[in-house]
Every structure is written in C-alpha cells, then in structure tokens.
Design a protein around this ligand. Structure first.
Ligand SMILES: *Cc1c(COP(=O)(O)O)cnc(C)c1O
Length: 350
C-alpha cells in the first residue's frame, strides 16, 4: 500500500539556515526590544496563566490587547501559532481538493506549499518587471480561474512592494473568492485593510508578532475578519492551539505600543540609509515598504562571500537567481553589511 498521500509526494522540507553567523539578516526578524523589558520585570505566571491548566482556548487577554493595538473587536480575531497557522487554517477551512488558490508571484512560499498539502491548485500570476502588481491582470486571472482564495502579501515578501488600498478594494469587489491580505510587515508601511473587515464579506487580514514586535520565537500570529468568517474558522481551529507562555508574552508586548512605533521609525530610517548606499554602489535595490530590502547583484556567489565574513542574508534561486533579500538590522549591523559588501565589490575589480 502506498502510504504517502499523492499531494505531498514531491514536497521538500522547509530548510532553515544553520550556518554560523555574526550578523543575522536573513529572516526579517526584528530586534529584541520588548523582551528586554519583559525579562527585567520578570515573568509572573499568575492565575491567568496557570501552566498546569490548558491555555485559554479563546486567548481572551491577548485579544483584549490586540483590540487596543488595532482598534478591532475581540470577536473579529483568531490567534494562533504564527501567521503560518493562520494561512493553513484558511486553506484547511475553505479550499477543497482541486480548487484554486491564486496569488501574485514572487511571494511568500507558504501559500503554495499549504495549497499543495491540501491538494489545491496554486496559480501564481507574475508581477511586473519591477515587481509591482498589476491588479487588473490579477482580477482578470481571478475571473478566468474562479479561485476560492486569493493571497495578497502586502507589503510583499520578498520584494518589499506595496499594493495600495484602492487596488485591494477593487480586487475584493471583483471576486467571489476570499481575499486574504497578509500584513506581516504592515507596521513598516501604511495602508492596512484591518479597518475594512466589516465592509466586505470576503476579506481576511493576517498579522504577526514575528516582525515589527521582534517576537518570532514565541510563534504568535492572528487573523482579523468579519464574524461570519471567524465563526466558521473557529469550528476548524485546533483546541488550545496557542500556548499560555506565548499568550502571556504577547499581552506584555502589545502593551508597549510606543516602543513598537519607536522601533519601526528606526527601521524606516535605516531602510532609507541602506537603500541609498546600495544604489550608490550601483546595485539595483527595490524600494521597500517592509523591514528588508530586495536587490539584484551580478557578483558570483555573493551569498557565500558574505557568509565568510559572518553575514547571513537570503538568496534566491531559479527565476530569482542573482536576487537577494537583506533584513534591516540595527545601525551597527547595517554599516558592517555595507562595509563588507564594498570590500567584496573592490575585490571583484582586482
Ligand atoms: C514572516 C512572515 C510571516 C510570519 O509568519 P509567522 O508564522 O507569524 O512567524 C507571514 N507572512 C509573511 C509574508 C512573512 O514574511
């Protein structure tokens, strides 16, 4: 008997970097700005977070903080193990075998991976030459293929491109499918769709604490949508999906809105610095609305050369061969990255 199900036969493990590094700029993780305070204060697992009990299945206290953070009602929120779980939950709930999931490409790989696992067909619509998204082209494809779900990563990973709100509204009005807007990096941009959830029947917004809040290690993401959709997804969600410790730290972190915005401002300044420096080096860098910059370089084995100096960035292959993504680090890290990049370019000449 063939034990492995057909849909996952050519699936490959999600490989993460285990290379030694001094400066880690490969995964868009933020800085440890909030945890420092939490550690200083000490973690107090009081009666609200009794670890011998199962966690709060509704993540009530966490949702209270998300409510304050984004000005949405707690009944419009589901939280879980990173936005990765939210992506899976949406596909698991709404997409049947053979149905279509649509997205602009290049984009976050998990949309197509989960589609494959659930035997759906993923269709990627190529973005423009400059990685901008032609919304009319996407709408046209949606009309042709009738997707159950359309993923919009905004700002987009890995390109840093931002789609404006009016384009997303146009897409929402022109499709019967669900439009899932993944706003993992929206703190670094403007144009969130969160305040639009009650205006559409088919809109879901995903957010995470992994990037702007610098808490990738606690695996906490959430979705926001109208109550009808939230109720349906709650029927599918695993019980106790979000552990008590992550709920506790999430609450503490979201209380620090000022600190988060201060950090976001610093990242935006540094993004401007890196963008300028890269362009001055005649490296084609794309304007980014996230906490990373996507760029193209003809230097052979640039990734390996940077690794040799202890700097880890993200490289791409196949159609994106020669393209790289570097996370915005702190002031020192960014200057070190630029310094070493300049040295590599100098060495290429000689
Ligand atoms: C990093 C990232 C996420 C976050 O995933 P988590 O599971 O919340 O850590 C989601 N979507 C995109 C596009 C990302 O780049």
């Amino acid at each position: 008997m063939e034990l492995v199900k057909e849909s996952i036969k050519n699936l490959k493990e999600y490989k993460t970097n285990n290379i030694e590094f001094k400066i880690k700029l490969d995964a868009n993780e933020g800085k440890n700005i909030l945890l420092q305070d939490i550690y200083k204060e000490g973690i107090k697992f009081n009666e609200d977070f009794n670890l011998n009990f199962y966690p709060d299945n509704d993540a009530y206290l966490l949702k209270q903080e998300i409510k304050k953070y984004l000005n949405v009602d707690t009944s419009n929120i589901i939280a879980g193990n990173g936005s990765s779980e939210m992506i899976e939950l949406v596909i698991k709930t709404f997409v049947d075998k053979g149905e279509i999931v649509l997205s602009s490409i290049p984009t976050f790989s998990m949309y197509s991976i989960y589609s494959q696992i659930y035997s759906a067909e993923f269709i990627g619509v190529k973005s423009n030459e400059d990685f901008g998204v032609d919304i009319d082209k996407l709408i046209k494809k949606a009309k042709e293929t009738n997707p159950k779900v359309i993923f919009i990563c905004n700002p987009n990973n890995p390109t840093g491109n931002l789609i404006n709100k009016n384009d997303i509204k146009k897409l929402l009005k022109n499709t019967n499918g669900l439009v899932v807007v993944d706003e993992a990096y929206m703190e670094f941009a403007e144009g969130s769709m969160v305040d639009e959830i009650s205006n559409y029947e088919n809109l879901i917004v995903l957010r995470t604490l992994s990037k702007a809040l610098g808490l990738a290690g606690i695996r906490l993401g959430y979705m926001i949508s109208n109550q009808k959709i939230i109720n349906i997804i709650n029927n599918v969600k695993s019980p106790y999906n979000l552990n008590s410790i992550s709920q506790y730290i999430g609450v503490k972190a979201l209380e620090n809105k000022d600190k988060i915005f201060e950090y976001v401002k610093e990242v935006k300044n540094e993004r401007e610095f890196l963008y300028k420096e890269l362009n001055e080096m005649k490296i084609k860098a794309y304007k980014s609305y996230a906490n990373f910059i996507f760029f193209k370089s003809d230097i052979n084995n640039l990734y390996e050369k940077l690794v040799k100096d202890g700097i880890l960035i993200r490289k791409f292959s196949d159609e994106l061969e020669g393209y790289y993504r570097v996370s915005i680090g702190d002031k020192n890290e960014n200057r070190m990255f630029i310094k070493i990049l300049k040295e590599i370019i100098e060495n290429e000449k000689s």
